[in-house]
Design a protein. Structure first.
Length: 431
């Protein structure tokens, strides 16, 4: 038999540690055979203690390669030119990528066959193998980074009095059956590479920055940090009615919370782009990567229908009481704006989802509303159409004062007039 190294054949003079890399490369590619006792030039040198060397080989491969590849490796003793050699036959494995347990799922631990050489796999190649083996569910795939810590997550679980130990890692699917961290674990870990970028702009356009931040680490930490940041810009407007002070925030807190949670839970984490929060004088935007899950329309979302892209992440948030039930976020946002002239806006593309929350203390153009004007806005929102007598009764003011107030709100573009004479009424201006 003529021996020459190729994509499926490797020659080794004796048992050496590099054989582990070759076994991994064959198992990750198309399989192959390693002949031990044959020099690089194909000359036969033989192996004296074949039984002892085969035992040594099987132990070395069993201990050094993960996942367990032993069922795809077989050993046999052959005779060539009167000398005994060992043939190690490796089949392509079913749990690729295989890797050196001491190195992990990194290029220095994962090898593939390239010509007659065993070379480190690229990160893209490793991801491709993981996807082919684990399927398309991102959060269930094995994480490339297996050196993870969970200090921020542990604090959040402790604050909410929820256990966070080895058993929870299994039940929450942070680890798979082999004890490897999944991508869900990566998202909750301190090493999470996904970020939220937040920016505050002057006016209603993205021309002048007033402030900008980027939040990283565990998604649970990002959630707290991002909410604290946007809360700084949720200003309180105070007015006095007689001896009583009335405080009103720019944005309903529930709407901010649900918009932020929605963006985090439903984001497509197979993309590396950051989630974006943009704050303007008269509105706030939340943009997350990933359109709607296939088969779901925007109309379905508005009705409260929910098909969660990241079911395991949503389950973690549910366990922590961050979300109450699936599909309630958008209806809650709409409910918090009931009766206001400008409503939240939801936009969807193939690759992104955007929620726009209007500043409830301002109308388009940044004009702030007084407490009295807000009462009329809510009245018009609940009744659909109001007349001057409705204003008199609601505010307890004279006919002349109610007429002036209504005229002022029409000029500002908050209300518009419908009908004439005795049938004159006012409705919210939706433009």
């Amino acid at each position: 038999m003529q021996f020459a190294e190729s994509a499926t054949l490797e020659l080794k003079r004796q048992v050496v540690d590099d054989i582990r890399k070759t076994v991994i490369a064959f198992a990750n590619t198309e399989g192959g055979t390693i002949y031990i006792g044959v020099d690089d030039d194909g000359s036969i040198v033989g192996v004296e203690d074949t039984d002892g060397e085969m035992l040594r080989l099987s132990n070395m491969i069993r201990d050094a390669v993960k996942p367990d590849v032993t069922m795809f490796v077989s050993y046999s003793c052959e005779e060539e030119q009167g000398k005994k050699i060992i043939a190690v036959t490796v089949q392509k494995g079913t749990e690729c990528p295989y890797y050196l347990s001491s190195k992990g799922l990194r290029p220095e631990g994962v090898f593939v066959r390239q010509g007659a050489s065993s070379v480190p796999a690229t990160e893209n190649a490793i991801r491709r193998m993981i996807k082919e083996t684990d399927g398309d569910n991102f959060e269930a795939m094995r994480s490339l980074n297996q050196i993870l810590t969970f200090e921020a997550a542990a604090r959040e679980f402790e604050v909410r009095n929820v256990p966070f130990g080895d058993s929870q890692f299994k039940t929450l699917r942070l680890t798979n059956e082999d004890g490897l961290y999944t991508n869900l674990a990566l998202l909750l870990s301190d090493q999470c590479g996904y970020t939220i970028k937040a920016a505050v702009f002057e006016g209603a356009g993205k021309t002048v920055f007033k402030d900008r931040r980027e939040f990283g680490g565990s998604l649970l930490k990002q959630l707290n940090d991002a909410y604290a940041f946007i809360s700084q810009y949720n200003k309180v407007h105070a007015e006095f009615s007689g001896l009583y002070r009335n405080d009103r925030k720019d944005y309903p807190e529930e709407a901010l919370r649900e918009a932020l949670l929605n963006a985090l839970v439903h984001r497509d984490y197979s993309y590396s782009a950051s989630m974006l929060i943009s704050i303007f004088d008269d509105h706030m935007e939340f943009v997350s990567v990933g359109g709607l899950v296939k088969g779901i329309s925007l109309s379905d979302i508005m009705l409260g229908v929910s098909v969660t892209r990241n079911e395991r992440l949503a389950n973690v948030f549910y366990r922590l009481a961050l979300i109450e039930a699936y599909g309630t976020g958008v209806p809650k946002i709409m409910q918090s704006y009931q009766g206001y002239p400008v409503q939240p806006k939801f936009e969807v593309t193939d690759n992104a989802f955007k929620i726009t929350l209007p500043n409830q203390n301002a109308i388009q153009g940044g004009t702030h509303l007084s407490d009295t004007e807000m009462k009329l806005v809510k009245l018009a929102g609940s009744k659909g159409k109001i007349a001057r007598k409705d204003v008199e009764a609601e505010l307890g003011i004279s006919q002349t004062m109610s007429g002036r107030l209504l005229k002022s709100m029409v000029v500002k573009g908050i209300l518009q007039t419908v009908g004439s004479g005795k049938n004159t009424g006012y409705v919210l201006n939706k433009q």
